[in-house]
Ligand binder design. Structure first.
Ligand code: GTP
Length: 393
């Protein structure tokens, strides 16, 4: 079987991305920055028009104790849901850079529930301007009237500043509700929020609703959908997956970000929750086994690398097949046993698919680099020889 040749670009790519070596809780909190603006110019240059495109910002907002920090910890820090019971209330904006894969490359801002977001000293315009998605978390086990009022205020203000924000409403903690109650709650919240927007003449604002809980995979699924909307290459990735599965006799394929278990793309066949859960479990098994038996005696190496691959045969004539795509992405496929007999074909098609994904990534990196270069040139032009900015003409 032919191997994909290792291109010099791949080495560059590995230099630029954050390593997986620190597999557990490795995200940084930027809570020691200016709590009023959250600005950290060295980290994210708001005067650079391309910086937000490179790192779209996701805001996590909602009332106190609605579950914002828990969501962030469970999805991005592998915290077990029960441990979130001991989380302390957030009293500063916590900013986290999630750049664990080339495609999932964004920031999450966790807002403390008690901050008066509409305090005149609070520069919300600056914050909304660079935001890709605003996740508003509503505690479904509590009386949600106050949350809905706050949601309306937040959405209308944010929309005025930046009409391109995706508004994502997490109806959260639904593990405590019966199936009927879940549907009724979603219908009621949907109706009330849209009525409020219509009363304000803002019916054109689109809100997306998700039923979520940290106690099952619903929070990962919802986050996957939020993130996918922020990936400009999504249609290309979906196309590649469609071509790959139809030529290989595969039932379903997901492209996963291994660390967060967010799927960044899938083919166009419908996603069912059980399939997604099985894929997540498979990633956990592979990484756990690899951590225990795959690392060197001195702990050197990473639990996920170019050689990472796994085949799990289920008792329902289905095979789960996992393969490494990039340092941070894995392909997980569902294949019928009879189709898996043509594994050579699947592997050959996989090599072509993997190569195409690397090319997509390469194009993106070139665009990002040339834009950074351009904006740097513009800044240099504007600066006087001793480095101070020129006065406006
Ligand atoms: N049943 C249930 N409880 C949850 C869920 N998510 C979070 N919780 C609980 O909700 C409580 C509050 O969670 P936090 O994450 O601290 O809430 P927060 O919105 O960050 O709160 P502030 O920092 O005060 O703004 C914790 O006890 C969590 O264990 C969920 O999906 N289901």
């Amino acid at each position: 079987m032919s191997q994909v040749p290792r291109k010099p670009q791949e080495e560059e790519e590995e230099d630029e991305l954050v390593g997986l070596a620190d597999y557990g809780d490795r995200a940084e909190s930027f809570s020691d920055e200016d709590p009023e603006t959250g600005a950290d110019e060295a980290f994210l240059d708001f005067s650079d028009p391309f910086s937000t495109e490179v790192k779209p910002r996701i805001l996590l907002m909602g009332l106190r104790r609605s579950g914002k920090s828990s969501i962030q910890k469970v999805v991005f820090h592998k915290m077990s849901p029960n441990e979130t019971l001991f989380l302390e209330s957030t009293n500063k904006i916590c900013r986290e850079d999630v750049s664990n894969s080339s495609f999932v490359n964004f920031q999450i801002w966790d807002f403390p529930g008690q901050i008066d977001f509409f305090d005149p000293t609070f520069d919300y315009e600056m914050i909304f301007r660079g935001t890709g998605a605003l996740i508003f978390v509503i505690d479904s086990q509590d009386d949600y009237m106050e949350a809905l009022a706050r949601l309306h205020l937040t959405v209308t203000r944010a929309y005025k500043v930046n009409p391109d924000i995706n508004f994502e409403i997490f109806i959260h903690k639904v593990d405590g509700l019966s199936d009927d109650h879940k549907i009724e709650t979603q219908r009621d919240i949907h109706q009330r929020t849209n009525d409020d927007l219509a009363d304000a003449g803002l019916e054109k604002i689109h809100l997306s609703f998700y039923l979520t809980s940290i106690y099952d995979h619903s929070i990962f699924e919802a986050f996957s959908k939020v993130v996918q909307k922020l990936i400009p290459q999504l249609p290309t990735l979906e196309n590649l997956l469609n071509i790959f599965i139809s030529n290989s006799g595969i039932e379903k394929a997901f492209l996963f970000d291994v660390v967060s278990k967010i799927y960044i793309a899938t083919d166009s066949t419908p996603v069912d929750m059980q399939t997604y859960e099985l894929c997540c479990d498979m990633i956990d098994v592979v990484i756990d086994i690899s951590c225990i038996y795959g690392l060197k005696e001195d702990g050197a190496g990473t639990p996920y690398d170019k050689e990472s691959t796994a085949i799990i045969k289920l008792n329902n004539t289905t095979v789960l097949y996992l393969k490494e795509v990039t340092k941070f992405l894995a392909l997980v496929c569902f294949v019928r046993e009879e189709s898996f007999e043509r594994k050579g074909l699947i592997d050959y098609n996989f090599h072509c698919f993997r190569k195409a994904i690397h090319e997509v990534f390469e194009v993106r990196m070139k665009v990002v680099r040339s834009r950074k270069h351009q904006s740097q040139m513009q800044k240099n032009k504007r600066a006087t020889p001793n480095g101070t900015p020129r006065a406006p003409l």
